[in-house]
Design a protein. Structure first.
Ligand code: PHE
Ligand code: ZN
Length: 847
C-alpha cells in the first residue's frame, strides 16, 4: 500500500529512545503463510531520554495479543507501528503477532526462498517480524527459540539446546535489531574450525542447499583467512563459539553481517572452478572478509542512527580492500577499486542523486546504501590514514575499539578518536563527510632557477545537496621524474587545504615531469595534461603508470569521437610495449589493455562541453580495439600461449593474472582470426574463466549461437551459471540488438524475474550496455521502465536501486532527454508506487 505522504527524516532531529531494552526473548512457530512470533521484552525507562512516548515499529503484522507485566493491553495501531501507555518503571512487554513469509517478495523481514526461511533486517526489516524499537541505538541481548520441522534451525549467537523440531539460541552480545537473523530449512553444512589468538575454538559452518556442497571450500578458506587477518592487522579476535554462513538464492544485496549468522546471496559465496570465474572468486573472498570484518566494525561498534551508515560501511570496505591488497596485489586492487569508484560513485556524486558520505536527510534509508556511502566512505578513511600515517592510524583504531566497544557511535566519535590520538585538528577534514560532489583539482606548474613550482586549484561543483562547497583537505601524493625518466623526487604527500595553493621543489637541475595523485591518493578529478606517454614509459608508481596508459587511451578515444581521428600511435605503442614487458604482473598488464568504460567517456565528453553520442563512442572503442589488435598482432599468439596455466586450477592472484592476460590476448586475437582460437578455447575449457571469456568473444565475433546453446545445455541446472548466460548475451550484443536481445531473454522460461540475481543479470546488465540502453529510438528506456514498473510492487528495494540507470540522463541530447523524461514520468505516475522508487525517481527528475 502506498505510504500516504512520504516523510523526510533529518539527522538534526535525532533523539534517544525513551526506553532501554534489557533483554529480548523471541519464539518463532514457523508456517509458510502464518508464522507466529511471540516476544517477551524487558524495558526500563531511559534516564537519558526526555521523550517517553512508547512507540514500537511494526509493519504488515497482525497483532494477536499484547501484555504488559502479564496484563492484556490494547495498544493504538498505525501503519508504522503502535503506541501504548506503559509504567514509569521497568516492565515486561509481551506480544504475539502473525506474519506471512510466503507472501514476502520484497525479501525484507522473514521470507521464504526456495522453501527455506531466512531473514533480512537491515536496515528496517525487523519491524516486519514483530513490534520493536527498530533503530540501531537500541541494543539488547537476544534469546531465540525456533519451532519448525526443518533439519536446520539457526539464529544469532551460540546454540543453547535443540531437539526434534526446535532449537534455542542465545546471543550474549547486545545488538540492534537490524543484526537479528533466523534461518530454517533443509540445508547441509560444510564445517571447519578456527582457534582464535585468545584460544577460543570456533566452530565454523557454511550452510547450503543439498547439491551445493562442492562449492563451499573456497568460501570457508576465505573466512579463515579473514579471521586470521583481522587478528594480525587489527588485533581483533572473534567473540562467539560458532560462526555460521548461509547461502540463499533470493537476496537483494551481496550479503549481510548478522551477528554470528551471516546470510549471503548465493552468488557471493558459492564457488567452484567449473562454475565461477576468477573475478567471482576474488569478489567472494572480499565479501566474506567484508561481512566478517563487520563483527567489529558494525556489530561490536554499531551506528547511532542510519545517517552514520558510513561509520560501519566506509570503514569495513576500507578494511576489506586492505585485506584483498594483502592477499593479492596492492596495485592491482587499487586500480580495480578506482575503476569501480569512477564507474559507480563519480556519476552519483556528479548527478542528481549526489549526497554527502554522511547524508543529512532521507525518505527511505534503503536508497542510501550507495557507492558514495560505501566506496567514497572508504576513500575518506584511506585519506585519513595517508594524513596521519600508518602508525597514527593504528593508534587511532586501537583507541576507537577501546573507547567505543559496545556503543552505537557517530562520525563525530570516529573523528574525535583520531584527534585525541594524533593531536590533529580534523575540523576541515570533516567536510568530506558533509559535502557532496567530486572536487576537481587543476594543476599548473613553472620552473625557475632550479625551483619547480606546482600550483593546485580545487573546485567542487555546487549541487542541490551542497550549494556552497568549501575547500577540502586533499592529500596529493606527488613524485618528480627527471627529463631522462629517472625519479628525482620520491613520493611525497602534499596537503592541499586552500582553494589555490603552490608548493615549491628547489634544487633541481632541469624542469621535471610531475607524477601527481600517485596511488589515487584522493577521490577527485585531476585536471592535468602532462606527457602521458612519458609517464607511461617511466613512472615508478604503478597506479600512475596505469593511469597514464588510460589517459592516453581516453584522449585518443575522445578525439576519435569529436574529430574522427585515428587511434593515437603513442597509445598503441605504449600499450603494446607494456603488453610484452614480462617484468610486469600479468594481471596489471591486462588492466593496462582495457579501455575506459563507455559511460565514463560520455561523462568526460559532457564535462568538456560535448554532448555524448553513444553510437560514436561505441564505434571509437571498436576501432581502438581493432587497431590495438593489429598493432600487437605479432606478439599476441605467443602472449596467449605463454599465459595458459598448466596443472591444477587455483583461484589465486598468480594464476588468475595469467588467465586475465591470456584472455585479454585472446580477445584481441578474435578480432584477427574471426574467432577460431576462441572456439578452440571454448571447446577445450575446463574452468568457467576460460569458458565464459571464450563465449563472450565468440558472440562478439558474430558466431556465438552454437556456443550459447551448448553452454545452456551444459548449465541449465545451475542458477548462478545461468545468470552469466543471461548477462553475457546482453552485454555482448551489438548496440542495435541489445534491447531486442534483453527483451527476448525476458520471455525465456528460466527468466524468473522475481529473483533479484536473474533480474539484475538481464535488465541490470542491459542498463550497463551504454550504446544499447541509449539506443536512438528510445526502446532501451521503455524496456527498462516497463520492467521497473512491473517489479516495483514485488520488490521495491531492487527496483529503486536500478532506477539509478537514469541518473545520467541530463548528459544526453534533447531528444534522448525528452524520451527519458517521459519514461521517468510514466514510472512516477504509476499508482501505488513504492516509497523507495518514488524517492529515487523524484530525486532523479528534480536534481
Ligand atoms: N550491511 C550489508 C553489507 O554491507 C549490506 C546490506 C544492506 C545487506 C542492507 C542487506 C540489506 O555488507
Ligand atoms: Zn557492509
Amino acid at each position: 500500500m502506498r505510504d500516504a505522504s512520504p516523510q523526510t527524516i533529518y539527522l538534526k532531529d535525532y533523539t534517544p529512545f525513551g526506553y532501554v531494552v534489557e533483554e529480548v526473548h523471541l519464539t518463532f512457530d514457523l508456517a509458510p503463510s502464518a508464522t507466529r512470533v511471540t516476544s517477551r521484552i524487558k524495558f526500563s525507562p531511559n534516564p537519558d531520554a526526555t521523550n517517553k512516548t512508547f512507540f514500537l515499529h511494526g509493519k504488515n503484522l497482525s497483532l494477536i495479543a499484547a501484555k504488559i507485566d502479564g496484563e492484556a493491553v490494547k495498544p493504538k495501531l498505525t501503519d508504522e507501528g503502535l503506541t501504548c501507555d506503559v509504567p514509569n518503571v521497568p516492565f515486561t512487554w509481551e506480544a504475539e503477532v502473525q506474519i506471512d513469509p510466503a507472501a514476502n517478495t520484497a525479501l525484507e523481514g522473514l521470507y521464504l526462498s526456495n522453501g527455506m526461511y531466512c531473514t533480512q533486517c537491515e536496515a528496517e526489516g525487523f519491524r516486519k517480524i514483530t513490534y520493536y524499537p527498530d533503530r540501531p541505538d537500541v541494543m539488547s541481548t537476544f534469546s531465540v527459540r525456533v519451532n519448525g520441522p526443518h533439519p536446520v534451525l539457526l539464529s544469532n549467537g551460540n546454540p543453547v539446546a535443540s531437539g526434534d523440531g526446535w532449537a534455542e539460541w542465545h546471543d550474549p552480545w547486545p545488538k540492534p535489531a537490524y543484526l537479528f537473523a533466523l534461518v530454517a530449512g533443509e540445508l547441509v553444512a560444510h564445517r571447519d574450525s578456527f582457534t582464535t589468538m585468545e584460544g577460543r575454538k570456533v566452530d565454523l559452518a557454511l550452510y547450503v542447499r543439498p547439491g551445493d556442497e562442492g562449492k563451499c571450500a573456497f568460501g570457508m578458506q576465505a573466512l579463515k583467512d579473514s579471521m586470521k587477518w583481522d587478528e594480525d592487522v587489527y588485533g581483533r579476535a572473534y567473540d562467539l563459539d560458532v560462526f555460521n554462513i548461509v547461502a540463499v538464492d533470493d537476496f537483494n544485496m551481496g550479503a549481510m553481517e548478522n551477528k554470528g549468522l551471516n546470510i549471503f546471496n548465493a552468488s557471493a559465496v558459492l564457488a567452484s572452478p567449473e562454475t565461477s570465474t576468477d573475478t567471482n572468486f576474488e569478489r567472494i573472498e572480499a565479501i566474506i572478509a567484508h561481512e566478517y570484518f563487520h563483527n567489529w566494525t558494525g556489530n561490536r561498534i554499531t551506528c547511532r542512527d542510519w545517517f552514520q551508515l558510513c561509520l560501519k560501511e566506509g570503514l569495513t570496505v576500507f578494511r576489506d580492500s586492505q585485506f584483498t591488497a594483502d592477499m593479492r596485489s596492492e596495485p592491482v586492487k587499487r586500480i580495480s577499486d578506482v575503476i569501480d569508484l569512477r564507474a559507480r560513485q563519480f556519476p552519483e556524486d556528479q548527478g542528481p542523486l549526489a549526497h554527502p558520505v554522511r547524508p543529512e536527510s532521507f525518505q527511505e534509508i534503503n536508497n542510501f546504501y550507495t557507492a558514495t556511502v560505501y566506496e567514497k566512505g572508504a576513500e575518506v578513511i584511506r585519506m585519513l590514514k595517508t594524513l596521519v600515517g600508518d602508525e597514527g592510524y593504528s593508534k587511532a583504531l586501537d583507541l576507537y575499539f577501546d573507547r567505543h566497544d559496545g556503543d552505537a557511535a557517530t562520525i563525530e566519535d570516529w573523528l574525535k578518536v583520531f584527534e585525541d590520538s594524533t593531536g590533529r585538528d580534523l575540523t576541515q577534514f570533516k567536510r568530506w563527510y558533509s559535502q557532496a560532489g567530486t572536487p576537481r583539482v587543476a594543476v599548473t606548474d613553472s620552473f625557475d632557477n632550479g625551483t619547480y613550482t606546482l600550483t593546485f586549484e580545487q573546485l567542487t561543483p555546487p549541487s542541490a545537496a551542497t550549494p556552497e562547497p568549501q575547500a577540502q583537505v586533499i592529500p596529493i601524493a606527488v613524485g618528480l621524474l627527471g627529463p631522462n625518466g629517472d625519479e628525482v623526487l620520491p613520493t611525497q604527500v602534499l596537503e592541499l587545504t586552500k582553494d589555490s595553493q603552490s608548493f615549491n621543489f628547489p634544487g633541481l637541475g632541469a624542469k621535471p615531469v610531475p607524477s601527481i595523485l600517485r596511488g589515487f591518493s584522493a577521490p577527485i578529478v585531476l585536471e592535468h595534461t602532462p606527457d602521458h606517454a612519458f609517464l607511461l614509459a617511466h613512472d615508478t608508481d604503478p597506479f600512475n603508470r596505469w593511469e597514464a596508459a588510460r589517459n592516453l587511451g581516453k584522449a585518443s578515444l575522445i578525439s576519435a569521437v569529436t574529430k574522427g581521428s585515428a587511434p593515437d600511435a603513442k597509445w598503441l605503442d605504449g600499450v603494446a610495449g607494456l603488453l610484452i614487458d614480462d617484468t610486469l604482473d600479468p594481471a596489471y598488464r591486462a588492466y593496462c589493455l582495457a579501455l575506459p568504460g563507455q559511460s565514463q567517456l560520455a561523462a568526460d565528453l559532457h564535462a568538456n562541453g560535448t554532448t555524448p553520442d553513444p553510437d560514436a563512442i561505441w564505434d571509437a572503442c571498436e576501432s581502438h580495439r581493432q587497431a590495438l589488435a593489429q598493432r600487437a598482432s605479432d606478439a599476441l599468439p605467443d602472449l596467449y600461449t605463454r599465459h595458459q596455466v598448466h596443472g591444477p586450477y587455483a583461484p589465486d592472484a598468480e594464476q588468475s593474472g595469467q588467465r586475465a592476460l591470456g584472455n585479454a590476448a585472446l580477445s584481441l586475437l578474435t578480432r584477427l582470426d574471426s574467432g577460431d582460437m576462441a572456439q578452440a578455447q571454448f571447446d577445450g575449457a575446463t574452468n568457467m574463466t576460460q569458458q565464459l571469456a571464450a563465449l563472450a568473444y565468440l558472440i562478439r565475433a558474430g558466431r556465438g549461437d552454437a556456443a550459447l546453446a551448448q553452454f545452456e545445455a551444459q548449465w541449465k541446472h545451475d542458477r548462478l551459471v545461468m545468470d552469466k548466460w543471461f548477462g553475457m548475451q546482453v552485454i555482448e550484443a551489438k548496440p542495435d540488438d541489445a534491447a531486442d536481445t534483453a527483451k527476448a531473454l525476458t520471455k525465456h522460461t528460466d527468466f524468473n524475474w522475481k529473483n533479484p540475481n536473474r533480474f539484475r543479470a538481464t535488465l541490470g546488465t542491459f542498463a550497463a550496455h551504454h550504446a544499447g540502453f541509449h539506443a536512438k529510438d528510445g526502446s532501451g528506456y521503455t524496456l527498462l521502465a516497463d520492467w521497473l514498473i512491473k517489479l516495483d510492487p514485488v520488490n521495491p528495494q531492487t527496483t529503486a536501486r536500478m532506477c539509478s540507470a537514469f541518473q545520467t540522463w541530463r548528459r544526453y541530447d534533447a531528444i534522448r532527454q525528452s524520451m527519458i523524461g517521459k519514461e521517468l514520468e510514466r514510472i512516477a505516475s504509476t499508482p501505488n508506487l513504492s516509497r523507495d522508487t518514488t524517492e529515487m525517481i523524484t530525486r532523479i527528475r528534480e536534481g
